[in-house]
Design a protein around this ligand. Structure first.
Ligand code: ZN
Length: 78
């Protein structure tokens, strides 16, 4: 290691959902397991689900999906 290195004190941190009023909104997304194509991210489940139904209609072998939910997270002192 080069350069100065000083530990002032150790603190415990954790990651938790960000519930502040100005936090980014939760978003939802679907991803095709067969092809890896992804829907857009949306604040509601309905547009990603509609995308998946349309995707399966256009690509009959593509019937499995991964559903992702993207909550805002923040570091806080434990
Ligand atoms: Zn697909």
């Amino acid at each position: 290691m080069s350069g100065p290195h000083t530990v002032i004190r150790h603190e415990r941190w954790t990651i938790t959902p960000d519930r502040k009023p100005d936090a980014r909104a939760v978003t939802h997304q679907m991803k095709g397991e067969v092809c890896g194509e992804e829907s857009g991210k949306d604040g509601s489940w309905k547009p990603p689900q509609t995308w998946a139904l349309n995707h399966s209609g256009k690509n009959p072998p593509h019937h499995s999906y991964q559903r992702d939910h993207h909550p805002p997270l923040v570091h806080v002192h434990a």
